[in-house]
Design a protein around this ligand. Structure first.
Ligand code: NAD
Length: 356
């Protein structure tokens, strides 16, 4: 076995149907007496119902996507004004991002109750956007102390959003399988995360209220969060960051690029591919199977459909190749451009398209 480093993160996880009823007990366990409750405007009603009985000192229900600095400062000011000693973030990655931004400055403990598959609750990664750019970093202070995963809270997550967000979580697991700083423990989590999500997402699409499938998907999302928490991302995420900078939507871009990025890396990461084939149900070809899964989920398959101009492909390939993330296969302009052209056209990944 090759030498490796594994870092365990100390979050307490409470998982299962109905476990959100233990929110009060978990707040008490943290020793908190003055809770600042965080949500997006859309989740405010759900949050109010779930927080009955908590020692609430204040409610900030204006969390928005990408944690803009101005809104973050308002939330931080409220935490100070109400003398909060804990933040309870109930919602998706956006809401949890506000809890992290408050913790970054104040060190307040965060209790997260995720309602999407973003995985943010398991990471030390924070992000704050300002002037059109997002500054990110890693800091142990922002890692939630406690996470309650209750699949009941995800029953209303629209199936199309669930599918895209779930494929995004699969992408985290896939890149963890071949990360330059990966290890056998993270690979175990990544493989089971992919298995759980790939099994659950088609069932959720058929019936969004399928609690067993919701439970399995949330478990997969938890594993996906743990995989990105301690390993580095590679070419796939680099391309998605570059395309995101051109204004493409986050989860859908991940979903479209993933099968093609996996095809690019296929021959350079044989152990990761063996795990991926197994996780997808014993398939013969992992990139094609990912594509087929996305097709079954009704997700967009062509970058062209997200509004990307064909002329931008060369620019994106150049940016990705000029400052690449560590990747199992050397990142070269011509190969990356070929990959992007396949994703642009939405073709099912064929064998050997990007062979040297
Ligand atoms: P989100 O939190 O923005 O939620 C999307 C929308 O869905 C919101 O309007 C929300 O109110 C609604 N919603 C959430 N849960 C719902 C539910 N159960 N039922 C119905 N509606 C629901 O989306 P997201 O994808 O969870 O998070 C995206 C953000 O998280 C991005 O800013 C991304 O950068 C960040 N993120 C951070 C990390 C990290 O480690 N720091 C990891 C992943 C994502």
């Amino acid at each position: 076995m090759d030498p490796f480093v594994y870092t365990a993160l100390p979050t307490r996880v409470v998982f299962g149907t109905g476990r959100v009823a233990e929110l009060g007990a978990e707040v008490e366990r943290l020793g908190a007496k003055r809770v600042l409750l965080l949500s997006t405007p859309g989740r405010a009603q759900m949050v109010a119902a779930l927080s009955a009985g908590l020692p609430i000192a204040g409610v900030f229900d204006r969390a928005v996507m990408h944690t803009p600095r101005e809104a973050v400062e308002q939330a931080r000011a409220m935490a100070k004004d109400v003398r909060a000693d804990c933040c309870v973030a109930l919602g998706g990655g956006s809401t949890i991002g506000f809890g992290k931004a408050i913790a970054l400055e104040s060190g307040l403990p965060v209790l997260a109750v995720p309602t999407t598959y973003s995985g943010s609750e398991m990471t030390t990664i924070w992000g704050i956007s300002e002037g059109g750019a997002k500054k990110t970093g890693r800091d142990p202070k922002v890692l939630p102390r406690t996470v309650i995963y209750d699949p009941v809270l995800t029953l209303e997550l629209p199936p199309a959003v669930s599918a895209a967000s779930g494929m995004n979580a699969i992408a985290h697991c896939v890149e963890a399988l071949y990360a330059h700083d990966g290890n056998p423990i993270v690979s175990l989590m990544a493989e089971d995360g992919i298995r759980a999500l790939a099994a659950a997402l088609p069932k959720i699409l058929a019936n969004g209220k399928d609690i067993a499938a919701r439970s399995e998907a949330l478990y997969g999302a938890w594993l996906a969060g743990m995989t990105i928490a301690t390993t580095s991302v590679a070419l796939h995420h680099k391309l998605c960051h570059v395309l995101g900078g051109l204004g493409l939507p986050h989860a859908e871009t991940h979903s479209i690029v993933l099968p093609h990025a996996v095809r690019y890396n296929h021959d350079a990461a044989p152990e990761a591919m063996a795990r991926l084939r197994r996780a997808l149900g014993g398939v013969a070809d992992a990139p094609a199977a990912l594509y087929d899964l996305e097709k079954k989920l009704g997700l967009p398959l062509r970058l062209a459909d997200l509004g990307l101009a064909e002329a931008d492909l060369e620019r994106a390939a150049k940016t990705a190749a000029e400052a690449p993330y560590p990747n199992p296969r050397k990142v070269e302009y011509a190969g990356v451009l070929a990959l992007l052209r396949e994703a642009y056209a939405g073709r099912r990944p064929a064998r050997k398209v990007f062979a040297e």
